[in-house]
Design a protein around this ligand. Structure first.
Ligand SMILES: [Zn+2]
Length: 674
């Protein structure tokens, strides 16, 4: 196989500029930032091939004492010489990896330019290797490699304004600095008198309520304070510690106010609150509309101006004090008499369409109707926009997660297409569908969509093979889960000894990646992932320079052998159970949480946290609501317990947690149960 780096006839030529930028980045990462780690990884690997790109690359580092025996006397090789001398499959893997994890791909967040480039790259590679486009558009047009699916919507504010007229004072607030439309409400126009409703809390402790009896909000502009009653230091009177109680959240207060039918709601950042968020007009979190009327966040300063202009002489702080300790002899909510506010907001809703990239290698003969799916997710976290362990703002290249698996899928398409060409035309072969899934990181969206809208019937899909993080393999240890079919583990195990890897079999369903979507519809699965977790997971440090290319290619070769055998094997695996839970596994981890399902099925409320347990150490607190665990929705405790059974001590699980109004992504390292 010619090297893809030098061959001029490859479609890849158009990525040449990417390649040079990306290689420079990769080399810089190896040499400048982490020679020791790259070297360690390679040095510890048993039987590392002499032309190991990572070993030799690290020997370029100034302190590079090579462990390569004969190589010690030689001049260290240049990086391009190392690459050129490597196994062609390693070269090709390196190229795909480096391109996909390059800054050009901008972290491959669905709906962005970078993800578009990554998808183009993958479909070009599928086309180059001779895979057929897999998706038939409903308009009858030609087949394409792209299977579109809806991924929620984004809202763009086209216009927003707030103007007030109180007595002889007229003023307009400035969008962006004084106020901002919140997606917790709807678009529209409204005009009316201002009604102050304290914190908008209906049922506080000891009979606390923000609403005066008989005070109507109908058709008015409700002015609500953010958070909840606070003391002189701006700290909650109710939470009994740092932070706010559950009553401070938007959900409760906005529903309570909206039920009283105001024309619009202004949420003012409460003066003096001990919370950095009062200097922001953001509301964090998912942003599903709670109220059916326009909702605006208003700055403390603009709120003060509004109250000064339209009130009876009391300041915003005076109003806050009324809300903190409602007087027994005066109303706790009231109109700012004679005030008038006009506001309007126009929002354009744009649905986000994500796409899975699908290439098909047609089978033949009696087995052609049956299908093997080989996939991995192409998407990642962009600039850390969500799911990042560092927060937003830095490029998250996702070299291990999952440029490595995507590169593997591309190689497998090429290898197996050549096998099919070479094999006797009389040999019956199953059809193989190669997929680069989108929107895995936000909750297995692409694979779930495919499992529900497959291009071939799911009942004919005999195996799904998933690659998710095959790059940062340490000491040649790869974790493989084989599940969902009778005898699948025994079959898969026969391939492990000759793989050159130390395969660590893992029980259960293998946790939260795209294979879970297939397991859920009764398809047997194989799932490969690095056996040893690293701290760079879901950070900007998941870079190309730390990938052990040789070991990744061993994983590709193992998958190749398994797929080729499965393609020809007479029998398919009998499904282990039909859609039901997996064979019960013993519980091997302790999370240190007591939870109960939220009434509306939206998640698990944390009732109790064991001090010093896994959840406690990760920062989960009593009163939090776990809305996603291991990328899965958590409608009830069974879903939680079932997922826990799939883990072993040391596993790191991503949890999405609502704390009051805030959505947090928390990583929990699970303690083993003994
Ligand atoms: Zn991943």
């Amino acid at each position: 196989m010619p090297s893809t780096i030098v061959a001029p006839d490859r479609p890849l030529a158009k990525y040449l500029s990417v390649w040079s930028v990306a290689s420079a980045v990769a080399c810089a990462a190896i040499v400048a930032t982490s020679p020791a780690r790259a070297q360690d990884a390679a040095a510890e690997a048993p039987a590392a091939p002499a032309a190991s790109a990572s070993t030799s690359a690290s020997s370029e580092a100034p302190a590079g004492g090579s462990g390569g025996g004969a190589a010690t006397a030689e001049q260290p090789k240049k990086i391009h010489e190392v690459i050129a001398a490597a196994d062609p499959l390693v070269q090709e893997f390196n190229e795909h990896l480096t391109v996909l994890a390059s800054p050009w791909m901008e972290g491959r967040l669905p709906g962005t330019r970078g993800m578009e480039r990554a998808m183009q790259y993958m479909e070009d590679q599928f086309a180059r290797t001779g895979l057929e486009p897999g998706f038939q558009p409903s308009d009858g047009g030609p087949k394409t490699y792209r299977q579109p699916f809806p991924l929620g919507s984004s809202r763009e504010v086209k216009l927003e304004s707030i103007a007030l007229k109180c007595g002889d004072q007229e003023a307009a607030l400035t969008a962006g600095t004084d106020f901002k439309f919140s997606s917790l409400g709807r678009d529209g126009n409204a005009s009316g008198e201002i009604a102050f409703v304290g914190y908008g809390i209906e049922d506080g402790p000891d009979g606390y309520t923000s609403f005066a009896e008989g005070h109507s909000l109908e058709g008015k502009i409700a002015l609500v304070l953010r958070f909840e009653p606070m003391d002189a230091n701006g700290k909650s009177r109710w939470s009994g510690g740092d932070g706010w109680s559950g009553r401070a959240g938007f959900q409760g207060k906005l529903s309570a106010v909206a039920r009283r039918k105001p024309a619009a709601i202004l949420v003012v950042n409460t003066p003096g609150a001990d919370d950095p968020r009062i200097s922001s007009l953001g509301t964090g979190g998912g942003g599903r509309a709670i109220a059916d009327v326009p909702v605006f966040m208003v700055s403390t300063e603009a709120g003060e101006r509004l109250v000064n202009a339209c009130g009876d002489g009391r300041s915003l702080m005076d109003l806050r004090r009324i809300a903190d300790e409602p007087p027994a002899d005066a109303p706790r909510s009231f109109d700012l008499a004679g005030s008038r506010v006009n506001l309007s907001v126009e929002v354009e809703e744009r649905s986000v369409i994500a796409e899975n990239i699908i290439g098909v290698l047609p089978g033949r003969g009696a087995l052609a109707k049956e299908v093997i799916v080989i996939g991995g997710h192409l998407d990642h976290l962009g600039m850390g926009d969500f799911g990042s362990r560092e927060g937003p703002g830095k490029l998250h290249p996702g070299a291990d997660d999952n440029a490595s698996g995507s590169a593997g899928v591309i190689l497998l398409g090429d290898l197996l297409r050549k096998d099919y060409e070479r094999l006797d035309p009389a040999t019956p072969l199953r059809t193989i569908v190669f997929i680069g899934f989108s929107a895995e990181e936000s909750g297995l969206n692409g694979s779930r969509y495919y499992a529900q809208n497959p291009i071939y019937p799911i009942r004919d899909t005999v195996l799904m093979m998933n690659f998710d993080m095959i790059g940062r393999i340490l000491n040649n240890r790869l974790s493989v889960t084989a599940a969902g079919g009778k005898g699948i583990e025994e079959w898969a195990q026969t391939f492990y000894p000759s793989s050159g890897l130390t395969v660590v079999p893992r029980g259960g369903g293998g946790g939260g990646s795209d294979h879970a979507s297939f397991l859920a519809v009764g398809v047997p699965i194989l799932f490969a992932i690095i056996a040893d977790f690293h701290d760079d997971y879901h950070t900007s440090r998941d870079v190309t320079g730390l990938i052990d290319r040789e070991a990744s290619v061993l994983a590709v070769r193992l998958w190749h052998q398994l797929a080729l055998d499965m393609a020809q094997r007479a029998e398919r695996f009998e499904a282990e159970s039909t859609g039901g839970p997996m064979r019960p596994q013993p519980m091997r981890v302790r999370v240190g949480l007591r939870t109960r399902a939220a009434d509306d099925g939206s998640g698990l409320e944390v009732v109790d946290v064991t001090a010093g347990g896994s959840a406690d150490k990760a920062g989960i607190k009593q009163g939090d609501k776990i809305v996603k665990w291991n990328k899965k929705d958590m409608p009830d405790r069974n879903a939680f317990v079932e997922d826990l059974r799939t883990h072993e001590g040391g596993a790191v699980v991503q949890a999405v947690v609502m704390r009051g109004e805030e959505e947090l992504t928390i990583y929990v390292t699970l303690d083993g149960s003994n």
